[in-house]
Design a protein around this ligand. Structure first.
Ligand code: CMP
Length: 139
């Protein structure tokens, strides 16, 4: 399965605006299979752990506070070329720069409130998937 899965999250902004269903439909329509899924609220500590690669960045505190401010959906999704294809589906990190029709263009508001997360490499997809899911929670 290595190289065939990625870890996605629907962020608190998109949840509070009622976009869970619309975003999952886009993922489904793009041909991804859902391997694992959870609806949960991260603690600040858990958000800090998840995003520790960004701990030296100026936006780290805002990012981790935002990601622990409300519930999220986390999922492992599968298809050929999952990491790159999902990143194409969601568009650029900044919704203002994302292509028309992408998830962030449709449902994101700003670089912080950008609706969704996607792993940036196969290596991080494994690390991020293991953060949320045990082997017993994957199908
Ligand atoms: P995400 O895909 O979750 O990965 C890291 C997140 O940090 C990113 O989406 C953005 O929401 C956020 N981020 C990245 N760059 C910036 C920035 N320059 N200012 C604020 N937030 C940022």
């Amino acid at each position: 399965m290595i190289g065939r899965t990625t870890l996605m999250m629907i962020k608190p902004d998109a949840i509070s605006k009622g976009y869970i269903g619309a975003i999952l439909a886009k993922i489904n329509d793009a041909g991804f299979k859902i391997v694992a899924m959870k609806y949960l609220k991260l603690t600040l500590k858990q958000a800090e752990e998840f995003y520790k690669v960004h701990s030296d960045k100026g936006f780290y505190n805002n990012l981790t506070q935002f990601m622990s401010s409300g519930p999220i959906v986390a999922a492992i999704i599968e298809k050929d070329n999952a990491v790159d294809d999902y990143r194409k589906l969601i568009g650029a990190t900044d919704p203002g720069k994302a292509d028309e029709g992408t998830v962030r263009k449709l449902y994101g508001a700003s670089i912080e409130n950008n609706a969704v997360h996607g792993s940036d490499s196969d290596e991080n997809a494994i690390i991020e998937s293991d953060f949320f899911f045990s082997k017993l929670e994957r199908f």
